[in-house]
Design a binder for this molecule. Structure first.
Ligand SMILES: [Zn+2]
Length: 265
């Protein structure tokens, strides 16, 4: 009996792998991402709700207006309703979760010089979501544990396996910890982010200034989302500079089309 049920799990997994294992990210990269997106979204939503319960939230005021203004302009390019929350936290951090959720820490708002730098961060975070990095990370984790059922993991977030799945999502739901992405995912989010901010009418050159500032401000003390597994600062800045060849024309088109956000810090 045990052999049969193990066998059926293998067959189910194999079918899932063969049918939909290979997806393509927005940059054209082939990725292994076979988890149901609806499940990933509901996990993102759950993790976001937990964070909102655990962490103090800035409800109103200039910072909230500033973040909402920038986030609205950027998400307009992507579509859908995004929930944006400003967390009262001095660390230099921001994140986006599947299910269209964005969190920005007050420390990061303080760091940025202008709307364009904040748009660079938000674009980068949305890049992770658009490229389904959580799905890919979870799929990788599941495929390395092929004896275990995917359905089990997603349906039971309180079990150890479920916890592993939730942390693959990017947020340890229980502790509100944001897990680092891989270098590959970081570089991809950078590329998607700089294009996205430019399309929304934000100056893509500021993404380079932002990462320089981040590098100085972190003093080797790396904030969790951005820097822990990040491409080195030099590589990242070189890559972004190279991408300006594509992002600058997108920016000019956006401005010509009347997209001129005026978000005041
Ligand atoms: Zn990132």
């Amino acid at each position: 009996m045990r052999l049969i049920s193990n066998l059926s799990i293998w067959i189910v997994l194999l079918c899932i792998l063969l049918l939909s294992a290979c997806a393509t990210s927005p940059t054209g990269r082939t990725q292994l991402a076979f988890m149901p997106d609806a499940e990933i979204d509901s996990m993102g939503l759950q993790a976001f709700e937990n964070l909102k319960k655990e962490k103090p939230i800035e409800q109103s005021g200039k910072k909230v207006q500033f973040v909402n203004c920038v986030a609205q302009a950027v998400t307009r390019e992507v579509g859908g309703e995004w929930e944006v929350v400003v967390f009262d936290d001095a660390s230099l951090n921001a994140f986006a979760l599947p299910g269209r959720k964005i969190g920005v820490h007050t420390g990061l708002i303080q760091l940025v010089d202008n709307q364009d730098q904040l748009a660079a961060v938000i674009g980068h975070e949305i890049g992770h979501v658009l490229a389904r990095h959580s799905n890919e990370r979870m799929s990788q984790q599941v495929s390395t544990n092929l004896g275990l059922s995917i359905v089990q993991a997603v349906a039971a977030p309180t079990t150890p396996l479920g916890q592993a799945a939730v942390s693959a999502l990017g947020v340890g739901a229980q502790y509100g910890v944001i897990m680092p992405f891989s270098r590959l995912h970081e570089s991809e989010a950078d590329i998607i982010g700089i294009d996205l901010m430019a399309k929304a009418g934000f100056n893509p050159v500021e993404s380079i200034n932002l990462w320089k500032k981040m590098s100085q401000a972190s003093h080797g003390n790396q904030p969790p989302e951005f820097l822990s597994t990040h491409p080195s600062h030099d590589t990242r800045i070189e890559d972004l500079q190279a991408r300006l060849a594509i992002a600058q024309p997108l920016y000019q088109q956006a401005v010509a089309a009347g997209k001129k956000p005026k978000c005041v810090k």
